[in-house]
Design a protein around this ligand. Structure first.
Ligand code: NAP
Length: 253
């Protein structure tokens, strides 16, 4: 039996990409996993795969930037799987544009999903974590937090998540709740494929170009991030808190 057996985990933005890989990995680790995404049906494939391998998973549709919907979704997870004590705030969107072309909507949409969404989800889940006197939160930041042309909104949100992470680590530590951030570099997902399409470069060429700049000589996979998340939410990682782990195939800071 896995050491994390019976823990209930929530992963947001879990229909595909990094979120689906994290959810799959946490289920393999023995957790019951709730896959949250905008559209409940979009999680069906990932949920079925987890169940087919003997895991426990449910899909829940929610917009993480909607306060009432978040509270209802977290309560539904508690009712159907048990008290959620592991949370991976992964849902994300891009609305890239240079500053002079960035609209109010581009700014608000990105800040709302990444920052407000992580705040609302964490506030809803901490109730169960502090009651259980155990918990793990992982926030998905990005190397873009260090600055990236065309991403003023996204970089601000991802840097904001790092301050959010450190503050929650200070507030929740006494309840045996750790809070960390993962800052992925280039990971091959629909998100990076969409970026390639936007700049008019074939995705395979885009990945080759990125890999040439990465010390380990390849781009990342969703499983690279899932492995790091698995460690951070594990029982044994209880003394790791308030950290930002760059998972980028080389050093970043
Ligand atoms: P992805 O393939 O685009 O998946 C993101 C998921 O989030 C989608 O399923 C999306 O649903 C969902 N989502 C968007 N808005 C939401 C909302 N308001 N409420 C609930 N779910 C929502 O992206 P990814 O590449 O796996 O990225 C996952 C996370 O890692 C993001 O936070 C991203 O910023 C971060 N990250 C990615 C990279 C990379 O290179 N890929 C690098 C650094 C950081 P829909 O499909 O319905 O929109």
């Amino acid at each position: 039996m896995a050491e994390t057996d019976a823990r209930v985990a929530i992963v947001t933005g879990a229909a595909r990409g990094i979120g689906a890989a994290v959810a799959t990995r946490l289920a393999q680790d023995g957790m019951a996993v709730a896959l949250l995404d905008l559209d409940e049906d979009s999680c069906a494939e990932a949920v079925e795969k987890i169940k087919a391998s003997g895991g426990t998973a449910i899909a829940v549709g929610v917009d993480v930037s909607d306060s009432a919907a978040v509270d209802a979704a977290v309560q539904r997870v508690a009712d159907e799987l048990g008290a959620p004590t592991v949370l991976v705030n992964n849902a994300g969107i891009l609305r890239d544009n240079l500053l002079f072309k960035m609209t109010d909507d581009d700014w608000d949409a990105v800040i709302n999903v990444h920052l407000r969404g992580s705040f609302l989800m964490s506030r809803a889940v901490q109730k169960f974590q502090t009651e259980a006197k155990w918990g793990r939160i992982v926030n998905m930041s990005s190397t873009s937090a260090l600055g990236n042309r065309g991403q003023a909104n996204y970089a601000a949100a991802k840097a904001g998540l790092q301050g959010f992470t450190k503050t929650l680590a200070i507030e929740l530590g006494k309840f045996n709740v750790t809070v960390n951030a993962i800052a992925p570099g280039f990971i091959a997902t629909d998100m990076t494929a969409a970026t390639a399409a936007r700049v008019g470069v074939d995705f395979e060429d885009f990945k080759k170009g990125a890999a040439a700049m990465i010390p380990v000589g390849r781009v990342g996979t969703p499983e690279d991030i899932a492995h790091t998340a698995s460690f951070l939410v594990s029982e044994g990682a209880g003394f790791v808190s308030g950290q930002v782990v760059y998972v980028a195939g080389g050093p970043k800071d």
